[in-house]
Ligand binder design. Structure first.
Ligand code: ZN
Length: 423
C-alpha cells in the first residue's frame, strides 16, 4: 500500500474506532477485610485523562456552583424548558479537576488528599458501571456516548430547605443529570465517595432515571403525580428508587474482594441508619401506619418523614431474601434491571406501567409493581420465592398475585415472617 494510503487508512481508523485505552494502575482507598479502608493498587480501565480524571465512565469537574431556589428570578420564565431549568441552576460551570501523581514502578500514587479521593471516586464509578453492564445486562451503548458528569466538591445549595451549601453527601441530581460529591464537614466516618456501596447506590439512581424516567430531568411521576395532595404513585416510585438503589449498592459489593456486604452503609453512617437499611434483616414488614402514609399522604409529607427509605428497605430486604434463599442472587438482580423498561407486549416494565397508568396514579401500586418484577423472572423456584417475599413483606394480598392469569405460581402463597395486616 502506498504510504499516503496507509496514512489515510490509519486516519480513518482513528476517526471511526474508539481507541482502546490502556489500563492505568493507580493506588486508591479500598475496603479491606477488617472493615477499614486501606491503600491498594487498582486498575482504571476506562480513564483517558488521568490528570483531569476523565474517561468514558465519568468526568470530574471541580469548582461548580449549583443553586436550587424556588424564588430564583431565572426560574420564573413561563416557557422554561427542562434543559433551560437545569442551566438556570448551574451558577458556575466549574472546570476539570487536576490530580497530582507520583509514579513508582509503573503505578501512580496520589500525591495529595484530593487525589486519593478522586482516584477512589473514579474507581467506584467504574465498578458501578461494570455491575450494571455485566450483572444488569445494560448494553454499553445505553449509557450514552458521554461520560457522567461528577461535580466534585460542588458548592450545592437547596435554598428552600437550607440557605447553606450541602455538606457530607454524595448524590445523583436529576435536574442537572449529574452526580455531586460535596465537601466534608462533620461526617465522622468514611467519606461517601470512597464507600463503593454508597457510590453504587447513587449510580443506581442514575440508571433508574435513565431506564424508568427516560432521562427526564423533571420526571412526571414526581412532578405531576407528586403535585397532588394524595400521591400514592409518587410515594411508591420514590420508595422503589431508594430500595432498588440499596439493593444494587449491595450487588456491587458482591463484586469486591471482601465480598457481599448487606450493611455497606456502616463504614460511612452511624449504627441506627446502617441497621435500618441492613438488607439482611429478614423481619421488615409493611405495617398499617406505613401503608396508610403510602396511600393517603402527599409526596412532601411522605418524603419529609423519610418513609421512602423505610418502604424501600422493606422491598430491598425482600429481594435480598428471594435471591439468597434460592442461590440466584445475580439472576434476580438482572431480572429486576430488565423490569425497569420493557416494550414487550403483555410484559410492561416500570416505565411502560407509568404510561399505562397515566394520571390515575392509584394504579401504580404495590400489586401492579410487584407483578412487573415477578413477570420478569422466568425461573420458577426464584419466581415463587419472589412472590412469597413480596406478598409477605409488602403485604400484597395473595389473591391479587396468585391464581389463573396472575403472575405467581400456585405454589406461592406468601411467607409467614410478617403478621398479615390485610385487608
Ligand atoms: Zn438514594
Amino acid at each position: 500500500m502506498h504510504r499516503s494510503a496507509i496514512a489515510a487508512a490509519l486516519l480513518l481508523l482513528t476517526a471511526c474506532e474508539p481507541v482502546p485505552q490502556d489500563p492505568v494502575r493507580v493506588r486508591a482507598l479500598v475496603l479491606s477485610g477488617n472493615g477499614s479502608y486501606v491503600t491498594q493498587e487498582v486498575t482504571l480501565n476506562t480513564i483517558t485523562d488521568i490528570i483531569h480524571m476523565e474517561g468514558s465512565v465519568a468526568k470530574l469537574i471541580g469548582g461548580a456552583r449549583i443553586v436550587l431556589d424556588s424564588a430564583d428570578p431565572e426560574l420564573q420564565v413561563p416557557t422554561l424548558t427542562e434543559e433551560g431549568f437545569a442551566n438556570a441552576l448551574i451558577k458556575s460551570d466549574g472546570r476539570p479537576v487536576t490530580a497530582n501523581w507520583i509514579e513508582q514502578d509503573g503505578v501512580l500514587w496520589p500525591a495529595d488528599f484530593h487525589t486519593w479521593n478522586l482516584a477512589t471516586t473514579y474507581y467506584n464509578f467504574e465498578k458501578a458501571r461494570e455491575y450494571f453492564n455485566t450483572v444488569g445486562n445494560i448494553p454499553q451503548a445505553d449509557f450514552g456516548k458521554d461520560p457522567a458528569t461528577v461535580y466534585y466538591f460542588a458548592d450545592f445549595t437547596l435554598k428552600d430547605s437550607n440557605p447553606e451549601p450541602i455538606k457530607d453527601n454524595a448524590l445523583w441530581f436529576a435536574p442537572t443529570q449529574s452526580f455531586m460529591v460535596v465537601p466534608f464537614d462533620e461526617l465522622q466516618k468514611a467519606p461517601l465517595a470512597i464507600n463503593s456501596g454508597v457510590m453504587a447506590h447513587e449510580y443506581s439512581h442514575m440508571i433508574f432515571n435513565l431506564k424508568v424516567y427516560g432521562s427526564r430531568r423533571l420526571p412526571p411521576p414526581i412532578t405531576e403525580w407528586g403535585a397532588v395532595g394524595t400521591s400514592p404513585g409518587a410515594n411508591l416510585i420514590k420508595a422503589l428508587d431508594e430500595g432498588l438503589a440499596d439493593y444494587h449498592g449491595y450487588g456491587v459489593t458482591c463484586k469486591s474482594a471482601t465480598g457481599c456486604d448487606p450493611r455497606f452503609l456502616r463504614t460511612s453512617f452511624e449504627d441506627k441508619l446502617s441497621n435500618d437499611r441492613d438488607l439482611s434483616k429478614s423481619d421488615r414488614c409493611m405495617d398499617l401506619g406505613l401503608r396508610n402514609s403510602l396511600q393517603n399522604s402527599g409526596l412532601g409529607t411522605f418524603s419529609g418523614q423519610g418513609l421512602e427509605y423505610k418502604l424501600g428497605s422493606i422491598l430491598a430486604s425482600a429481594l435480598y431474601q428471594a435471591g439468597e434463599s434460592t442461590g440466584q442472587r445475580e439472576v434476580l438482580m438482572r431480572a429486576i434491571v430488565s423490569a425497569y423498561s420493557d416494550e414487550t407486549a403483555n410484559n410492561p416494565g416500570l416505565k411502560q406501567l407509568i404510561s399505562l397508568v397515566g394520571s390515575n396514579q392509584t394504579d401504580f401500586n404495590l400489586t401492579s409493581v410487584s407483578a412487573v418484577f415477578i413477570k420478569h423472572v422466568t425461573d420458577v423456584p426464584l419466581k415463587t420465592a419472589l412472590c412469597n417475599e413480596l406478598i409477605d413483606h409488602l403485604q400484597v394480598p395473595a389473591a391479587d398475585l396468585v391464581g389463573p392469569g396472575l403472575p405467581c405460581p400456585a405454589a406461592a402463597q406468601g411467607g409467614n415472617t410478617c403478621t398479615r395486616i390485610n385487608p
